[in-house]
Each structure stands twice: as structure tokens, then as C-alpha cells.
Design a protein around this ligand. Structure first.
Ligand code: NAI
Length: 679
């Protein structure tokens, strides 16, 4: 092989082999991941212009990054797009490149190993063939919908041509990153081979340029103009069950694009750019991009320090400890889980089986490996070799303190002790330790497998190194770690509780739960507060509320004070709602004349508490409040978080509403001084 240095540019390198195949390597300088930035697009475009004039025998595009192909466009560049015209120019650059690549007179192959997302997939779709490694790291997808847009570099038309409308629209509407096996199944890629054979598979396609198989008849039929509206209405229904059009317009716009232009590639491409330009400059997209960066920010919190954990020991195999243990095993850690009750431990292991199957589906090897990593450990034999001990026993200060005293002498000298307590002050626990600096809070949310956030609680005595280690561990187990000051309710429960209590108060006033929940979901919450309280369990809600109401002077509603053991929520079949097959029975005709006020009462209690957390410095800055509330509660991502919402609505306007509510409903609506600190 010869390296053609005359054509060596910043990100792309051309290597010609004896067959005159041009191997086009992508290796963006000084970064760990390839992004299809505007600069990378320009460079590649220049290279393709030379290939148009002097085509090689074939062209293969590959990445020089370890275990990743192209992560997509550079999302930072999106934030600079202020006008629709700027967005359109941006997209047209991508279109021009993809069109040039698709029109090259020689066979073109995308050789994928590792993450191939967004713009990376669109680039691959513009090639004649896509071959991918069967490696677990290989994931192919079009996740743009998660940023409030949809593929804008020609990916809509080209994915539909390749996979047919059902599979392609599904991939775009869900934004899923597909393993190579699934990508092959839906015809998104042509070939899936072991990594060691990837290069020869690409070479084979480049040299033989086999004829592409036609799409199956059914897939072609669905694209016919008279059928598209029918299929689209089904798609709209599915989307509507997850996202409201007024909150998330992108999926609806994508369906519309396909219905109108699905039969005509030129028009589809033209309108793809127009629609994406409009969406990209919308508030929703800007806020979703913001959420993306908030997520990156949390991940980076865990990067300050290396914390190599060989073994995790979890004490308490109940709801939380059991799930934390199986989650850590899923993430590749060797884990022992200890419980005083052998019967409980047996249940823990049974539940772990379920989690492994859910996670790894039919991948038996992965399930077996996860099983091998998880050990039921009644007597605590794994304690002495653990680098991190996670305590998740009963929420009782005396029991926890006694446990700490007994385990500390057996722990490795440098090991950290992490408690999952949700309400006990860290200082009350750490004073039972000889080395109180090793205790940190690691507050997971229920259900562990689904909730992305983990609060890392910095007690007054916690060593800073231990906080950093806990943040690193949180990131390494695939969670979003957020450092939080040790104070009642930490960040998430504290902000959520006044909102839930306001809902409970309203239910006590006779406002139908359906109306209250709808006010919240209309605002953009994933689930209404009444249904949430029922799901968590009213006894648990009451416990947390009791602790917070004492510490933060939040009144407890009368209807929460007296609970009947048979009406504790979903788990007993009845709470505020009655449950059938674990689903609440809702009265669809329930109404209330002043639904706006219901929404204001809920949202303003939440915002006011968020302002109080800012004032008290519960987390380091305003953005972290937004991150914590979005990833810890599911708070309407398209609104960018409570702080961002306050900024976009205007603090003055919201405070006026708060004053009105105070005059109607009392002191709990008193404006917190923290509002003045919101920037
Ligand atoms: P749980 O009652 O389901 O499980 C506690 C387990 O600890 C039981 O299996 C018990 O046998 C075991 N245990 C108690 N004392 C022990 C000891 N000395 N040695 C070994 N095992 C012992 O409780 P859950 O709900 O899992 O809560 C555990 C911790 O997690 C608590 O601190 C709670 O505040 C916290 N938490 C709970 C959440 C929830 O939604 N349940 C959410 C976040 C935190």
C-alpha cells in the first residue's frame, strides 16, 4: 500500500492499495471521537471532488479511532445556528457532500466498527454498501429525534430507500442505536462479520460490487402514495402515546414529510432540509440540545480521577441493594451482595436473573457472564476485598451505625463506604466510623435500572478524594453522577416533594386526581404527581414528606397524615386511584373549571423549591439543578429544566403568579429569595 501524502488533510487520510482501492481514513485530530463537523465535511468534499475527476477502483470509508466510527454531527455547531437560513446553509453543506458521495462513479463502501450515529449513518447511507463488525460496540442509528430534529443530511430519503418505510421510520422515530445484528435484519447494513474479517469483507464489496437486493414487495408497497396516509396515522398514534405534538414537533414533522414526499427522492431531500432547518431553530430543539450538554456535563463530573474498582460489595439485598448489585454486575463489575436474611437473598438473585434477561435479551453468553459476576454472600465474605462497599439496609440510623462499626475493621484500607440512605444525615452515620472521611452518599433512584441519575452526597466530613471516587464510580457504572450537598432530601426529592404535596393537597380539596395529573403531563412531566405518589407508595411518600416537612417547614396535607393500610397505592391495588392489572382506573370525564390554576400550583411549588436549592448551594451551579431535576424526575426535557424555564418565561411574570397563589392559598407560596439569584 502507498500513502498518498499529497492528499493528506487534517481529518481524512487516503491510502491507495494495489487494487487502486482508496481507503479513506477518518481520524479527527486531537479528539477521541470522530464528529462530522462542518470542517470535516468541507475536507471530505474536497477529496471527493478529486475522486470525481479521477475515480479510484473503489472507495472504502473507515475510522482510525479505536472502537468507534463516527458519532454524528458536531452538536456544538448546532448551538450557533440562530436563523433558519443559517441552519439551511449548514444542512445544504451536508446534502452536497452526501449527494457527491452517492454519485461517485466507483463502488463505495462504509466499513463500520463501533458507534456509527447520526451524520455517520447518513454518510454510510450515501455509500453503495455498508459492512459492519458484529462487535458489541458496533451500534448504528439515527438518534437526531432526541435532539428535537430528524436526519438532515439526506438520511430520511436514503434510509427509507434502503430499509423500506416501516423499518426506517421506526429507526428514525425512536432514535435507537441498533446493534449490527438488528441493523442487518432491517437491511440497514449489507453485511455483518467478525471484526477480524471486516477489512476483507469491505474489500470484497469494493472489488465485486454485487447487485443490491431489491426491497421485499411489502416494504415497497407501503411507500405507495395511497397507502402512506393510512400507515402514517398508525405511526402518529404510536408517537402520540409517547410525545405530544405541541411539545415535540419533530416526529410528527417527519411523518408528514414522508406522507407528502415519500415517493419522490428529490422533493423529499429538499423538504427534509427545509423542515429540519425550521425544527433546529425551535425552542424545543434548543432545549433538547441543552439537555444533551447537561448530560455530558454530568458525565464529565466523574472524569477528574481514575478509580479502579475490582470488586463491589453491596450490603442489603432489598429493593434497592438487590437492584444496585445486579446493575453493577450488568456493567461488568464483580459483585457480592450480602443480606442478613437468606430468603431475601434468594429473591435478590432471582430478581437479578430477570434484570439480566431484560438487559441482554437472547444473548446467553452475556447473561451467563453477568451471573458469574454476581455472588450471593450471606456472611459477607466479599467485604474484605471490595474497593467500594455500598450500604442499602433499612433506613434506620442505629442499625446503620452498628453495621458500620462492625464492618469498618474488615474493609480494605483504601476502600470507600457508600450509603444509599435517602434521608439520614451523613454526619449522623459517619461519626460511628474511625475514618469518617471514607463515607459518601450514593443515592440511587428507584427503579435503579431505569433512572439515569445518581446523587453523590458530600457530607461535611467526606474526603474530597472519596467524593471524586464516588463520582467516577457513578460514571463508570453508566449513570449520571451529580455531586450534592448533604441536606434534607438532597436535590431531587427535595424539589419533587412540595410539588407532590401540592397535588395531594388539591386531591384533598376535592379536585379530581385525573385533572391534577393531566395538568402535570400537559406541562410535560412524564407522569402525573398523584399517579407517581401511588406508584412510589403512599407510606413511603409520607415518610419522606415527614422528614422534609420537619426540616424544611413544609406542611403535611391532612389526607396524607391518616393512611389506611389497604390504600397505600399501586402495591395494595388502591390509593388515590383504584388499580386494575397494575394500571390506574381513570375517569376520562373528570373535569375542573380552573385547570390552569392547578398547573400553576404544581409547577410553582416545584420552581420555588428549585430557587431555594440554588440559594442554599445544594449543587454547584444553576445548570446542575436543571440536570438533576431532568434526569432525576423526568422533568419536561423540552423545557430545558426548571431554571431554564424560569429564564424563558421570565422570573417576574412567574413571581407575580406566585404572589397571587400566596394570597389565595397561603404562606407555602411565599417567594424564595433564591429567585433573585437566577441568571
Ligand atoms: P428494603 O427493606 O427493601 O431492603 C433492606 C434490606 O436490608 C433487607 O433485605 C434486609 O434484610 C437487609 N438488612 C437490614 N439490616 C441488615 C444488616 N445489618 N445486614 C445485612 N442486611 C441487612 O429497603 P430498600 O427500600 O431497599 O432501602 C434500602 C436503603 O435505600 C434505605 O436506606 C432507603 O432509604 C434507601 N433508598 C430507598 C429507595 C426506595 O425507593 N426504596 C430509593 C432510594 C434510597
Amino acid at each position: 500500500m502507498t500513502q498518498d501524502t499529497s492528499n493528506t488533510v487534517n481529518s481524512w487520510t487516503i491510502e491507495k492499495d494495489d487494487n487502486n482501492i482508496a481507503w479513506l481514513h477518518f481520524n479527527a485530530a486531537n479528539v477521541s471521537a470522530n464528529l462530522l463537523s462542518q470542517a470535516a465535511i468541507r475536507e471530505l468534499d474536497d477529496i471527493l471532488i478529486t475522486f470525481e475527476k479521477q475515480p479510484p477502483q473503489a472507495l472504502v470509508i473507515l475510522s482510525d479511532k479505536k472502537d468507534s466510527f463516527i458519532f454524528g454531527a458536531d452538536i456544538k455547531e448546532f448551538t450557533a445556528l440562530e436563523t433558519r437560513q443559517q441552519a439551511l446553509d449548514f444542512l445544504h453543506n451536508g446534502h452536497a457532500l452526501m449527494n457527491r458521495l452517492a454519485a461517485l462513479p466507483c463502488p463505495t463502501v462504509s466499513m463500520v466498527h463501533g458507534a456509527c450515529l447520526g451524520g455517520g449513518t447518513e454518510l454510510s447511507l450515501a455509500c453503495d454498501y455498508i459492512v459492519a463488525s458484529d462487535d458489541r460496540k458496533t451500534k448504528i442509528g439515527l438518534p437526531e429525534i432526541k435532539l428535537g430534529i430528524f436526519p438532515g443530511y439526506g438520511g430520511t430519503a436514503r434510509s427509507i430507500e434502503r430499509c423500506g418505510p416501516l423499518a426506517a421510520m421506526n429507526a428514525m422515530l425512536t432514535g435507537s442505536a441498533l446493534p449490527a445484528r438488528i441493523a442487518k435484519k432491517i437491511l440497514l447494513i449489507d453485511e455483518m462479520v467478525p471484526l477480524r474479517q471486516l477489512k476483507s469483507a469491505a474489500e470484497n464489496y469494493a472489488l465485486t460490487a454485487p447487485k443490491r437486493k431489491k426491497l421485499p414487495l411489502l416494504a415497497r408497497l407501503v411507500n405507495v402514495a395511497i397507502l402512506r396516509p393510512l400507515v402514517a396515522s398508525q405511526m402518529r398514534r404510536q408517537v402520540a402515546s409517547k410525545a405530544k405534538a405541541e411539545h415535540y414537533p419533530a416526529p410528527y414533522a417527519l411523518i408528514e414529510l414522508w406522507v407528502k414526499h415519500g415517493g419522490n427522492r428529490k422533493q423529499m431531500l429538499e423538504h427534509e432540509a427545509l423542515t429540519v432547518a425550521k425544527l433546529a431553530t425551535s425552542e424545543t430543539a434548543k432545549n433538547l440540545v441543552r439537555v444533551f450538554f447537561l448530560q455530558e456535563n454530568l458525565k464529565s463530573q466523574g472524569k477528574q480521577i481514575d478509580f479502579n474498582v475490582e470488586h463491589v460489595h453491596v450490603i442489603g439485598g432489598g429493593i434497592m441493594g438487590g437492584d444496585i448489585a445486579s446493575w453493577c454486575a450488568i456493567q461488568g463489575y464483580s459483585v457480592s451482595v450480602q443480606d442478613q436474611d437468606p430468603a431475601r437473598l434468594a429473591q435478590t438473585i432471582k430478581r437479578a436473573q430477570y434484570s439480566f434477561k431484560k438487559k441482554f435479551k437472547r444473548d446467553r453468553r452475556a447473561i451467563r457472564d453477568a451471573n458469574d459476576r454476581l455472588l450471593a454472600d450471606h456472611r459477607g465474605a466479599g467485604l474484605h476485598r471490595a474497593d467500594i462497599v455500598i450500604e442499602a439496609i433499612f433506613e434506620d440510623v442505629t442499625v446503620k451505625r452498628a453495621l458500620y462499626e462492625s464492618i469498618e475493621p474488615k474493609m480494605k484500607p483504601g476502600a470507600i463506604l457508600a450509603t444509599n440512605t435517602s434521608s439520614i444525615k451523613l454526619e449522623d452515620l459517619s461519626s460511628s466510623l474511625k475514618n469518617p472521611g471514607r463515607l459518601v452518599g450514593l443515592h440511587f433512584f428507584n427503579p435503579v435500572a431505569l433512572m439515569p441519575l445518581v446523587e453523590i452526597i458530600r457530607g461535611n466530613e467526606t474526603d474530597e478524594k472519596v467524593v471524586q471516587q464516588a463520582l467516577a464510580f457513578g460514571k463508570n457504572i453508566g449513570k449520571l453522577p451529580l455531586a450534592v450537598k448533604s441536606s434534607p432530601g438532597f436535590l431531587v426529592n427535595r424539589i419533587l416533594m412540595p410539588y407532590i404535596l401540592e397535588a395531594v393537597t388539591m386531591a384533598g380539596e376535592g379536585i379530581p386526581p385525573e385533572v391534577i395529573d393531566k395538568a402535570a403531563t400537559d406541562y410535560g412531566m412524564p407522569m402525573g404527581p398523584i399517579e407517581l405518589a401511588d406508584t412510589v407508595g403512599l407510606d413511603i411518600c409520607k415518610n419522606v414528606a415527614n422528614i422534609l416537612s420537619g426540616a424544611l417547614n413544609i406542611p403535611l396535607p391532612d389526607n396524607l397524615k391518616q393512611l389506611s393500610d389497604s390504600k397505600l397505592g399501586k402495591k395494595t391495588g388502591e390509593g388515590f386511584y383504584r388499580y386494575k392489572n397494575k394500571k390506574p382506573i381513570k375517569n376520562k370525564s373528570a373535569g375542573y373549571p380552573n385547570a390552569d390554576e392547578v398547573q400553576h400550583r404544581l409547577v410553582l411549588r416545584l420552581l420555588n423549591e428549585a430557587a431555594a436549592c440554588l440559594r442554599e448551594g445544594i449543587v454547584d451551579n444553576q445548570d446542575l439543578i436543571d440536570a438533576g431535576v431532568i434526569f432525576g424526575t423526568g422533568f419536561a426535557p423540552f423545557r430545558g429544566g426548571p431554571m431554564e424555564y424560569i429564564k424563558s418565561e421570565g422570573a417576574d411574570k412567574l413571581c407575580q403568579t406566585l404572589d397571587t397563589l400566596k394570597s389565595r392559598f397561603g404562606e407555602r407560596f411565599t417567594k424564595d429569595a433564591g429567585w433573585a439569584m437566577i441568571e
